[in-house]
Write a protein that binds this ligand. Structure first.
Ligand SMILES: [Fe+2]
Length: 179
């Protein structure tokens, strides 16, 4: 599974801290061990069940968010970095892990997916933090999983938290609100 996760997420290599990179990879391995979804499935299933007839795959959406977040963070660091401390490793780790809890939230339903029993009770922001903490992911990164979604609207986001939240929503709401 180690190599499958590395293949799934080439962006892991962007994390400079080797220890953090390993922990992020292990979190995905743990998620797959608890899910009936496989790495291959993530190239076929829709990225969300909240958009009807969604044609964008889970991986295309998740990788888009990682790329948008990383590029945004670099530009913010370049122009605003003297006033805002931005940790690029934290941004990439958080973006890669943001939706890892969806492996608990969804389960297979024939060729498609549906909400699992766990997913009906615990949204992926919660299960994602749980998986990450089991792999010793630092709090700064767990925070990003916790606040990337609407759950974070009632909490104070870090700078990296705002970057990931907006990268996620700018690539989700146009589908959600498409008439
Ligand atoms: Fe999410």
């Amino acid at each position: 599974m180690k190599n499958q996760v590395k293949e799934l997420w080439p962006e892991l290599e962007w994390i400079e801290n080797e220890e953090l990179r390993g922990k992020v990879r292990k979190t995905w391995e743990l998620a797959f061990s608890k899910s009936d979804l496989t790495p291959k499935d993530l190239h076929n299933i829709p990225f969300t069940l909240l958009v009807e007839d969604c044609k964008v795959s889970f991986m295309d959406h998740k990788r888009a968010v990682v790329h948008i977040a990383f590029e945004s963070a670099k530009k913010m660091k370049k122009f605003l970095g003297t006033e805002l401390a931005i940790d690029l490793d934290v941004v990439v780790a958080g973006a890669i892990l943001m939706d890892v809890g969806k492996l608990m939230e969804y389960e297979k339903d024939g060729d498609s997916i549906k909400f699992s029993k766990t997913g009906e009770l615990l949204r992926h922001a919660f299960t994602g933090v749980s998986l990450a903490q089991q792999c010793d992911i630092p709090d700064e990164v767990c925070h990003l999983i916790a606040v990337h979604s609407k759950e974070g609207d009632c909490f104070r986001r870090t700078t990296e938290g705002y970057i990931i939240h907006h990268a996620d929503f700018m690539s989700y709401l146009p589908f959600k609100n498409k008439s």
